[in-house]
Design a protein around this ligand. Structure first.
Ligand code: FES
Ligand SMILES: [Fe+2]
Length: 474
């Protein structure tokens, strides 16, 4: 351990911890929420160059992106045989095709004749035909037809099947990798893969999906969602019902880290407010009881039999309201669902650019896609909704691309006004993070030992790829 190394656990914000809240839960939360990582992390500054340098972006393209598992699509985007999805990342394009047997194949989205992209849009098809000269492949990637075949007799004995990349279906997510030697996705991810199992993610569907260009590096943008402690200055309207300073930060293995931020509690930054205040503010944020379709939280009201001095009272009331509300809405049994799984913010990140939350709430899923310079990226936000018991999973909604000069509020009708506002508040920082970094006198940034620990963990893993320590050779 060098001099600048500390046990980050000692640096916790004073006050109630998330684990204390788990102990006070009205149900027994799953073990994996109790597990805290006590990681030893250095506290030395991190370099800014990876966020602003073209050379570093080229290293990421060479050493990292082809060597990780990537979230390419949701299965609900391509439920039927012959459905396709085009997944573009950096300068590469992948074509995902649903097969007759229900599996998904992924091909490099390029014609083997003179290199045109085979498809540019999602859609259903019975063959993969190139719009340039008409080379055609079956949906399983085997060659179907070469026009003017007399001119290609030299290819007669050659395998002209479309080259594939690896695919795994996990919890309704279509994961791909170009690296043939990586372990299977669940092994690669580690224990967090099992955290999704009880929430039936396979049967969820994309009910809200927006994307927007952000004028900041993809890593700076992703990192703005790895900690809750910017809430006190960036999202002050959340403090009446958000335990920002109670947040737990964990990192498990190289490819996973999480923040768990409790809802339905007064922020430790606010004092002298009672539980009714917390409840009123949370109800206001969640849209009251007006039945707005994208409302993530159920509205609750105080019962006089409850102890008004219980600091967890609002949580209990809100969780119980959600148990009832979700049961009505989705026809499933939530009686054993713990308060935390009904209320809290599980910002789970899977390296490098994928953040699928867990829990019983309609869950947020983020994905960050790098731009063609280090100075911008696209951020996508989805909400995955449970399917009503006995009903078929609906197809994913189409992605709505918010015009570059419009805020997230432009999509208020899809996201809900309160949620869109939170993202706009984040975006009010990000372009200025990118600009500010370029003015840095010393070329480094200083991180909080605990609350910024996920940023450090993420950067540490990234550097392992750049330095060739990862992917591990099998
Ligand atoms: S480039 Fe595809 S058929 Fe010519
Ligand atoms: Fe934020």
């Amino acid at each position: 351990m060098n001099e600048s190394t500390k046990i980050i656990r000692e640096d916790r914000c004073p006050g109630t911890t998330y684990t204390d809240m788990l102990e006070a839960d009205t149900r027994t939360p799953p073990d994996y929420l109790f597990e805290e990582t006590v990681a030893e992390m250095p506290t030395d500054p991190l370099p800014i160059a990876p966020y602003i340098s073209e050379e570093f972006a080229a290293l990421e393209r060479e050493k990292m992106w082809p060597n990780v598992w990537l979230f390419a699509a949701r299965e609900d985007e391509m439920p039927e045989t012959g459905d396709t999805v085009v997944f573009d990342l950096n300068e590469k394009s992948f074509l995902l095709v649903r097969q007759k047997d229900g599996s998904v194949k992924a091909f490099y989205n390029v014609c083997l004749h003179r290199g045109r992209k085979l498809r540019t849009k999602a859609g259903n098809t019975t063959q993969l035909i190139c719009p340039f000269h008409g080379f055609a492949w079956k949906n399983d990637g085997s060659l179907k037809d070469i026009p003017c075949s007399w001119d290609f007799t030299h290819l007669d004995d050659k395998d002209m099947s479309l080259p594939e990349v690896r695919v795994e279906l996990w919890q309704g997510f279509v994961m791909i990798t170009e690296n043939p030697d990586l372990p299977d996705f669940k092994t690669w991810l580690g224990p967090a893969a099992s955290h999704y199992e009880k929430y039936d993610f396979e049967n969820r569907y994309t009910g809200m999906w927006v994307a927007k260009r952000i004028d900041a590096n993809w890593k700076a943008t992703a990192e703005a969602f790895m900690e809750a402690w910017h809430s006190v200055t960036t999202h002050p309207q959340l403090l009446p019902f958000l335990g920002d300073a109670n947040t737990r930060y964990d990192h498990i293995g190289d490819h996973f880290n999480r923040a768990i931020t409790p809802s339905g509690v007064l922020s430790p930054h606010l004092k002298g407010k009672d539980q009714q205040y917390v409840l009123d503010k949370m109800n206001e944020f969640s849209g009251g009881s007006d039945g707005e379709t994208n409302r993530r939280f159920a509205a609750g009201s105080m019962d006089e039999s409850l102890d008004p001095d219980d600091p967890m009272l609002a949580r209990k009331v809100l969780a119980e309201a959600s148990r009832k509300g979700f049961t009505e809405q989705y026809g499933r049994d939530y009686s054993e669902a713990s308060d935390t799984e009904l209320l809290d913010n599980f910002t789970y990140n899977i390296f490098p650019n994928f953040s699928p939350w867990i829990g019983y709430l309609p869950t947020l899923v983020y994905r960050w896609l790098p731009g063609d310079t280090p100075d911008w990226c696209v951020m996508e936000i989805r909400l995955l909704f449970p399917v009503k018991e006995g009903e078929e999973r609906p197809r994913a909604v189409e992605r709505t691309y918010i015009p570059d000069d419009e805020p997230f509020a432009w999509a208020n009708d899809k996201m809900g006004e309160q949620l869109a506002n939170v993202f706009d508040q984040d975006m009010a920082n990000l372009p200025f993070v990118q600009e500010g970094m370029k003015s840095s006198a010393n070329g480094v940034m200083e991180l909080g030992a605990y609350q910024d620990s996920r940023v450090r963990h993420f950067q540490t893993t990234l550097m392992k790829y750049i330095d060739g320590e990862l992917p591990a050779k099998s």
